[in-house]
Design a protein around this ligand. Structure first.
Ligand SMILES: Cc1ncc(COP(=O)(O)O)c(C=O)c1O
Length: 345
């Protein structure tokens, strides 16, 4: 059978030979002692990309978000976040279980934003009876909202409500560079009025692992202690940081290719009656199944060597990334078209 086309996630992308070479020759030290020059270089680079004072290298986006919540809040505080956000949906309730905060979810609009009046109404002042809201979490691009790039107007509306209420803002920017490419603005502009921002190296940027949490220097020093607390202190981790530096040098300019490939994929799927795809703004295609059962489609795709994931009761997700070419998209569409009548309606 011909090569599998893996569209489950951008996390499945593999490090290139050149990235592996950069990793193999990285200068390293013990990062818990602050001795790893490659990690320090990556943290400086990340902070400058995000327009923040400092950054912290962590193993995952989940840990970056958890540390942001732990560091911005005190146990018993409340955080306001989207009901479709990764923090609320997919991080095993770490904010509640580990950071000991209440999570107050508000409806995410289709574009990934939240209504700023609803956010204002949800924010509570601490008193004898109620916890105080101390953090607003925003996500851009928004994974469950089909990779939507929240427009700057939406970001600005949310950050100004938070500022008025003296509530900190954390931006889960796991795919912020996709948002920057889609909106055609620097990532630092998107993160400008957020107190902290995290982004992932291990998704569209093609690294094997790693995320960065960025913010003011005192905040990052407190986050460093929290990283140690949750077991995220790493040692000769310059080997991984080198992959990140390589990605920031080489893999940012090509993200719009992933977006064009996602649009081509969605356009091809739209021609088939069984599927109603979104209009992708970035690299995520979400498809509502109009005919047949999701599980049957996923396994029929798999038999044809096209991998996708379930993303709701009748919704699947396909993600383009740096190991997917335009030819792969065309091949995937041809394979899907060949079975489009095969799944029982
Ligand atoms: C928006 C968003 N935030 C955070 C994460 C978590 O990243 P990780 O899988 O590295 O923990 C993901 C992962 O898919 C994500 O999509």
């Amino acid at each position: 059978m011909s090569a599998v086309i893996d569209l489950r996630s951008d996390t499945v992308s593999k490090p290139s030979d050149a990235m592996r070479q950069a990793m193999a020759t990285a200068e390293v030290g013990d990062d818990v002692f602050g001795d790893d020059p490659t990690v320090r270089a990556l943290e400086l680079r990340a902070a400058s990309f995000m327009g923040k004072e400092a950054a912290l290298f962590v193993p995952s986006g989940t840990m970056a978000n958890l540390l942001a919540v732990m560091t911005h809040t005190r146990p018993g505080d409340e955080i306001v976040l989207g009901d479709q956000s990764h923090i609320f949906q997919y991080e095993l309730g770490g904010a509640a279980r580990i950071a000991n905060v209440l999570t107050h979810p508000l409806k995410n609009n289709d574009d990934g934003s939240m209504d700023s009046d609803a956010v204002a109404a949800a924010m509570r002042q601490e008193n004898l009876h109620s916890p105080g809201s101390t953090l607003l979490c925003v996500e851009n691009t928004h994974n469950r909202c089909g990779g939507a790039a929240l427009p700057l107007t939406a970001m600005d509306a949310l950050t100004s409500v938070a500022r008025e209420r003296k509530v900190a803002v954390h931006l889960d920017g796991a795919r912020i560079f996709n948002a920057a490419a889609a909106l055609d603005v620097p990532a630092a502009r998107i993160a400008r009025d957020c107190d902290s921002v995290s982004f992932c190296l291990s998704k569209g940027l093609g690294c094997p692992v790693g995320s960065l949490l960025c913010g003011p220097a005192p905040f990052i020093e407190r986050a460093r202690r929290n990283r140690k607390l949750v077991g995220g202190g790493m040692r000769q981790v310059g080997i991984l940081a080198a992959a990140g530096l390589y990605a920031l040098d080489h893999n940012l300019g090509r993200l719009s290719e992933d977006h064009a490939n996602a649009r081509a994929l969605a356009a091809g799927l739209r021609k088939l009656a069984a599927f109603r795809p979104n209009d992708p703004e970035t690299n995520i295609v979400v498809v509502d199944i109009q005919q047949g059962r999701l599980a049957d489609w996923i396994s029929a795709f798999e038999q044809q060597g096209v991998l996708a994931v379930a993303f709701g009761p009748q919704r699947m997700r396909l993600v383009t990334h740096l190991n997917i070419t335009r030819d792969d998209v065309d091949r995937a569409l041809a394979r899907i078209a060949s079975i489009a009548g095969a799944v029982p309606i």
